[in-house]
Design a protein around this ligand. Structure first.
Ligand code: ADP
Ligand code: MG
Length: 611
């Protein structure tokens, strides 16, 4: 063995506990709200049915959390203050199946190392409780105290001993807001637990045990918000989504009322919020955001919560499949809710006679191909109302030689009922500025945004035709060459089959160039290169895999296509707008175009009188 000439003294030292705790505190306890979060989560882990939080001066002077949970016996009171002491995790394998909030065993010692800390607790079966205090790392002798079963922790003068950290705190008002939000979020996730939050003697909120999520949201976030929300619930083995979400047509000014939970833990995750926002566009007015309290129940193995010490961030092991699941769930629910909404409108408008509602009585729009037989590329129009000139090209075409058999009558019968029944008692009044179509309805005045409506109708028809693989293409007289930036070229190269399957006759032409020889029949006007480029951009941006996420990729294409078609559309006459209105009302979501622009609004007679 070689020994160095001059032996340097060992420079590595094990840190004293106090310092180690303070370092850990820097991560876990970034601000007063983080203390509140750790303490309340401990109370929840302890099975509390009542949790009362009190704080003063933004949490700097005092934070107190009191619960009626299982409590701790005298030995555990001391152990709880040791680093890495936890009752919730035994070995590394448990890490993969965490169901409790805590598991690191760091919170209490960390908090105690940066405050004047008092813990008192009484476990079931013990005649009295135990109290210890920690002051500058010094733990007092435990003493017996009279108290009810449960735990009370007081954290006073937070960060007094760590001026550097204290400097980073914001105003009391900001810190209070963080504490309030944190408590609200935890309260919402546990409606069955009675919860209160008090600041300097003033009640911020107080909510007894609630029968369900909606009541709890009303108590904690206010009735006005709760009234805008509708339940959502869906699942498959190992994955469940439930909660509340803005109903179509509603929305908030910011995205600050959009909350995600994973296994009851409030989390922030880009994938989850992105999937929600994307699926909700088109149902929420443009420029506004959905409000939501969404709970993802996912097997703990599919989730990594141990990414960040405060556990606010999570990592999903299979991001794509979760994102698709969430997107589809939100989209389905929004469509369902929008349909309910439009059926209400239609019921109000037409007073339909029940016999007329039987689907057999109604003509099926797409089962009359003979009307179009012989013509080369004739768009299929909505059922009733002759339509001499389509104002926007319809995406699927009943031509002499369709690429696939003509589609059967649409499966959703209620779509057609609403569609045929609705505008019969609307009276066309005229069109303003080429785009705003006015109708008199039995209830008042309705204004339809023509291009938005066309875009919506096109989008839904187009998606349907893509799903059915029912597409015609047009051969270009001259093939066209175009070039993409290298990264996009690479994306297109990989997914060229997707474009081909959807009517774009594309082939690679060496380097980053491509050649287009045919286009989908619906494509009118110039700009096919830009269209393709934009579609490729979307796919690249979202890391989409059209071969795996077919639905999502088609949706992207349909959104772009509907915007393109609406841009290329011409003004329409009375028959056309009536047909359009009828078709719009039979859409899954008649309320807005795929970009979220409202398709129509209605002024009631009462409102007209008032003005
Ligand atoms: P963790 O929650 O990660 O286990 P903590 O430092 O937050 O670590 O808590 C340490 C231990 O103290 C917990 O595992 C639990 O056994 C006990 N404990 C903390 N707070 C409470 C409480 N309010 N009621 C009962 N036991 C508690
Ligand atoms: Mg804990």
């Amino acid at each position: 063995m070689q020994t160095p000439e001059k032996q340097a003294a060992s420079r590595i030292r094990i840190l004293p506990d106090k310092v180690a705790n303070q370092i850990a505190a820097g991560e876990v306890v970034e601000r007063p709200a983080a203390v509140v979060k750790e303490l309340v989560e401990n109370s929840l882990d302890a099975g509390a049915t009542r949790i009362d939080v009190y704080f003063e001066d933004g949490g700097r002077r005092l934070i107190r959390v009191e619960d009626d949970g299982c409590g701790m016996c005298p030995d555990d009171v001391l152990l709880a203050l040791e680093r890495h002491a936890t009752s919730k995790l035994r070995d590394a394998a448990d890490l993969n199946a965490i169901r409790s909030f805590g598991f690191r065993g760091e919170a209490l010692p960390s908090i105690a190392s940066v405050s004047r800390f008092t813990l008192r607790s009484r476990a079931g079966g013990w005649a009295e409780g135990t109290e210890v205090t920690v002051n500058s790392g010094h733990v007092s002798e435990p003493r017996a105290v009279g108290m009810a079963g449960g735990t009370r922790i007081e954290v006073a003068h937070l960060f007094e001993s760590v001026p550097a950290r204290r400097k980073f705190l914001k105003s009391d008002r900001t810190e209070s807001a963080h504490i309030a939000l944190c408590c609200r979020l935890l309260a919402v996730a546990h409606p069955g637990v009675s919860f209160s939050l008090t600041e300097n003697g003033r009640t911020v909120f107080r909510s007894p045990a609630c029968p369900g999520l909606c009541e709890r949201v009303a108590e904690v976030f206010g009735r006005e918000l709760a009234a805008e929300l509708r339940p959502i619930e869906t699942g498959r083995p190992g994955l469940r989504l439930s909660g509340l979400i803005s109903r179509p047509g509603q929305g908030r000014a910011t995205r600050s009322e959009l909350f995600w939970y994973a296994n009851e833990r409030p989390v922030e995750n880009r994938i989850l919020s992105g999937a929600l926002l994307e699926a909700a566009t088109g149902f929420i007015p443009r420029g506004r955001f959905p409000a939501a309290f969404l709970f993802l129940d996912i097997s703990p193995e599919a989730l990594d919560v141990n990414v960040h010490p405060t556990k606010r961030e999570i990592r999903l092991r299979d991001e794509t499949s979760v994102r698709n699941f969430v997107s589809a769930a939100v989209l389905n629910r929004m469509e369902e809710l929008a349909r309910e909404g439009s059926q209400k409108l239609s019921a109000r408008t037409t007073l339909p006679d029940p016999a007329a509602l039987r689907p057999a009585v109604l003509p099926a729009p797409q089962t009359r191909p003979e009307a179009n037989a012989g013509k080369a590329l004739v768009p299929v129009q909505p059922a009733a109302g002759p339509s001499p000139r389509p104002s926007v090209p319809a995406p699927y075409q009943a031509a002499a030689k369709p690429a696939a058999p003509p589609p059967a009558a649409p499966p959703a019968r209620d779509r057609r009922i609403a569609g045929d029944a609705l505008p019969s008692r609307w009276r066309y009044l005229g069109t303003a500025h080429g785009n705003f179509v006015l109708f008199e309805t039995p209830d008042g005045l309705l204004c339809l945004n023509r291009t938005a409506a066309q875009s919506r109708v096109f989008y839904e028809d187009y998606l349907q035709s893509l799903r059915e693989g029912h597409l015609l293409t047009q051969q270009l007289l001259f093939t066209r060459l175009f070039e993409l930036p290298p990264l996009l070229a690479d994306t297109l190269e990989r997914h060229i089959d997707f474009f081909r399957a959807n009517g774009f006759g594309l082939e690679s032409f060496g380097g980053d160039s491509f050649r287009i020889s045919s286009l989908p029949a619906w494509f009118e006007g110039e700009g096919c290169e830009d269209f393709i480029k934009e579609a490729v951009e979307r796919i690249a941006e979202n890391g989409m895999r059209p071969d795996r996420d077919a639905e999502l990729a088609r949706d992207t294409l349909a959104r772009l296509a509907s915007a393109h078609a609406a841009r290329a559309s011409a003004p329409a006459d009375e028959m056309e707008v009536l047909a359009l209105a009828r078709r719009l009302m039979s859409c899954k979501n008649p309320l807005a175009d795929p970009k979220g622009r409202p398709t129509y609004f209605e002024l009631s007679r009462g409102e007209l009188e008032k003005r």
